[in-house]
Design a protein around this ligand. Structure first.
Ligand code: COI
Length: 381
């Protein structure tokens, strides 16, 4: 709010520097704000990833000058040289986090330092420059401040924030780029899945893997998601909104879903999730669920889990519940598993009790309806 009134007062570019940031952010306000009625209609039913706010953040990097030129600017297309390395060699990484409006109107985000640190690990793996945590968090604060009116108020809606980084050096030789850019865009969000938080069926891909051993599976890079799209299409064709990948070596251990981590709840209340082997994304929601479950006294095992253990456990009752989790999906119950020649579970079964209660606990913290015992929330506005 403070930033917006400075812009309104001057009607010109304003330089702002906050205590947290090591670089100044130039602000160029949009002159083409979406109409109030249009915005309100979008916020009423945002869906996921379909609508974008009025501004974006851009920060440049070069080998010689490091990070510089931080700019909050009107949302719009990027001008990219056709030789930009990202277009040829997919040198790209991204993050996903959300801003939540609390009952008193203030706006908060969840564990942004964890996203900043994961982006640094992704950058290292993709040979991109690491963006310092303070600049990452400040970039989030900047976009949410200027587009605060885009943070929805209803139910479990939020403003999904998508920081990403591309190599934009115009050079066709295959080596890490000496020029890159970091951006943040924002999109009001409701439920990720079309059916809301209803239980979903998962397609088990036995033909394709998501990531190779020693590959980029632990990094949040576009290439991992590109590789998941064909099996994801196969999932849709079989009536499933997500695909489950198995390990690339033996094809028998659970890895993760196309865009989220996976948990099983055993009948004695133990939670089991695939251990981080280097080809699985280290989800911030995954880590938070592990913590919340342990706080309640549940045993949580991070270990290798076979597909057979899941399938047989669903049949015998040993596996009582299963769920997917991620920033976009939050916690989504899984009702059934389908593969080329099998189907276990019941697509119409109700969501698991522990699944839904962990979901509630997490979203209550995120939306400011419950205390935040681990200090995960960071106030933005
Ligand atoms: C997220 O949960 O933020 C993701 O990145 C998953 C997907 C939307 C790509």
């Amino acid at each position: 709010m403070a930033i917006i009134s400075r812009i309104d007062d001057t009607f010109q570019l304003t330089i702002t520097m906050t205590a947290q940031s090591t670089i100044p952010f130039k602000i160029t306000p949009s002159t083409a704000f979406q109409q109030l009625a249009e915005r309100e209609a979008i916020l009423e039913n945002p869906g996921f990833g379909k609508h974008f706010t009025d501004h974006m953040v851009a920060i440049d990097w070069t080998l010689d000058d490091g990070w510089h030129g931080a700019h909050v600017m009107p949302y719009g297309p990027l001008l990219l040289d056709p030789a930009a390395s990202v277009l040829h060699y997919a040198q790209e990484i991204f993050e996903g986090l959300k801003a939540y409006r609390h009952p008193d109107g203030s706006i908060w985000t969840f564990r942004p330092q964890a996203n900043a640190e994961r982006m640094q690990r992704s950058a290292k793996r993709l040979a991109l420059p690491e963006l310092p945590t303070d600049i990452f968090v400040e970039s989030i604060r900047q976009i949410v401040s200027i587009d605060a009116d885009w943070v929805p108020t209803g139910g479990e809606t939020s403003l999904y924030l998508r920081p990403f980084m591309i190599a934009n050096e115009s050079f066709l030789g295959v080596r890490s780029a000496q020029k890159a850019a970091y951006y943040v865009i924002a999109s009001p969000a409701g439920a990720y899945f079309a059916k809301g938080v209803a239980p979903v069926s998962i397609w088990v891909s036995t033909e394709y893997t998501r990531a190779a051993s020693g590959g980029t599976g632990a990094a949040k890079c576009g290439g991992n998601y590109a590789a998941s799209l064909l099996p994801q299409q196969e999932a849709y064709a079989n009536g499933c909104p997500q695909v489950l990948f198995l390990d690339p070596l033996e094809g028998k251990y659970l890895e993760e879903l196309g865009g989220m981590n996976v948990f099983l709840v055993m009948k004695d209340g133990t939670l089991v999730t695939p251990e981080l082997t280097g080809s699985i994304l280290e989800g911030v929601t995954r880590a938070s669920i592990i913590q919340l479950a342990r706080d309640r006294g549940h045993k949580v095992e991070e270990r290798r889990v076979t597909l057979d253990e899941w399938k047989n456990g669903m049949v015998s009752g040993e596996v009582a519940e299963a769920f997917a989790c991620g920033t976009a999906a939050v916690v989504t119950p899984i009702a059934a598993l389908k593969g080329r020649n099998f189907m276990v579970g019941d697509e119409t079964a109700p969501a698991g009790k522990l699944t839904m209660s962990l979901r509630q606990e997490l979203t209550d913290i995120q939306h400011g309806r419950a205390p935040d015992p681990h200090g995960w929330m960071v106030r933005l506005v």
